[in-house]
Design a protein around this ligand. Structure first.
Ligand code: IPM
Ligand code: MG
Length: 365
């Protein structure tokens, strides 16, 4: 049995995650070995309990086999006193659960060509995964801080640091993933300027030489990669990159898929002694406070993130494929939430999109 903890979070999170729950319950009824629990997270937790993170919730987070996360971020954080906001709990979860492998698949769902700002002939064939290192680099490097010296001169600093082992384990994840796909890894760094990336690239090359010569390895500087992503996105199979670059490039690449609302992600930890690995699944679109509360958010990214959970945590590959194809069939039928609609065409609500996906799940089984 796999214990899943739903954290709807902020913004549109509480609108999209009930659709994920309905889909998860559909699979439970058919015997997929999962159980569901749910806790308030973020502003909702603050309002209910006067804290952003209860000890009881944190305990559940550490015990869960996987977290199904909605979104974080809201203007309402401005009203919460600073002493309650010492942690960003999403970053804390990534760090404490050691979720170093972030997988961001970017695939053009057939029929979605119109929703992208790029021309259809540029998009055709796009099917890549960005493998982003998620627990190191500038996000977590020490020392970090902002200081003012005696003369009143300010200074701010962060540290871009990676150890051999940190680079090796994320590179290994990328090479192994490539073996299950197109066998091509493009390593993205900035080794023409920064020592950290010279070290990063050398470490990737060394691992490739010793264990993964059956995978094709190429290299791009990050600025060139950003350009190539919009120039010819179909050239990529697996992109391997560090934390901050992965953050930036994945938003850029997302436009290729037409909408942030369609895209899932998985954050996976190292295997523990008992064979389990911590995991967190979340759509990449974020909390979208501008459309929160209107029941128009697209639940597909969150539902496809649950499909990744079926694949990587539950090991139910057939269920995952079934769910992914149900979403694709709904899109192919022309159902669109507002974010992916053609101008002037009718749109459906968050719940109606969930309904349609459930009907598709039922229809062909
Ligand atoms: C992401 C987000 C996060 C990040 C934020 C919410 C901290 O942009 O997952 O890409 O920067 O990693
Ligand atoms: Mg981001």
């Amino acid at each position: 049995m796999h214990h899943l903890l739903i954290l709807p979070g902020d913004g549109i999170g509480p609108e999209i995650m009930p659709e994920v729950r309905r889909v998860a319950e559909w699979f439970m009824k058919r015997g997929t070995p999962i159980s569901l629990d749910e806790e308030l997270y973020g502003v909702a937790s603050w309002k209910a309990y006067g804290t952003l993170m209860r000890d009881a919730t944190w305990e559940k987070i550490q015990k869960a086999d996987a977290i199904l996360f909605g979104a974080t971020g809201s203007p309402e954080y401005d009203e919460i006193p600073a002493e309650h906001k010492k942690h960003d709990y999403l970053l804390k979860m990534r760090h404490e659960l050691d979720l170093f492998t972030n997988l961001r698949p970017i695939k053009l769902v057939p029929g979605m060509e119109d929703a992208s700002t790029l021309r259809p002939e540029i998009l055709r064939g796009t099917d890549m995964v960005i493998v982003r290192e998620l627990t190191g680099g500038l996000y977590f490097g020490e020392p970090r801080g902002i200081e003012v010296d005696g003369a009143g001169v300010g200074r701010a600093f962060n540290t871009l640091v990676y150890t051999t082992e940190e680079v090796r384990r994320i590179a290994r994840a990328a090479f192994e993933l490539a073996r299950s796909r197109g066998r091509r890894v493009c390593n993205v760094d900035k080794s023409n300027v920064l020592e950290t990336f010279r070290f990063w690239r050398d470490t990737v090359i060394e691992l490739h030489q010793s264990e993964f010569q059956d995978v094709e390895l190429s290299h791009l500087y990050v600025d060139n990669c950003a350009m190539q992503l919009v120039r010819r996105p179909a050239q990529f199979d697996v992109i391997l990159t560090e934390n901050l670059f992965g953050d930036i490039l994945s938003d850029c690449a997302a436009m290729v898929a037409g909408s942030l609302g369609m895209l899932p992600s998985a954050s996976l930890g190292a295997r523990l002694a008992d064979g389990r690995r911590h995991a967190l699944y979340e759509p990449i679109h974020g909390s979208a406070p501008d459309i929160a509360g209107q029941s128009i958010a697209n639940p597909c990214g969150a539902i496809l993130s649950f499909a990744m959970c079926l694949r990587y945590t539950v090991g139910a590959l057939e269920d995952a494929l079934w769910l992914e194809s149900a979403v694709e069939r709904v899109i192919a039928r022309g159902l669109r939430t507002a974010d992916i609609a053609r101008p002037g065409s009718p749109t459906v609500s968050t719940v109606a999109m969930g309904d349609a996906i459930l009907q598709e799940l039922d229809a062909h089984r």
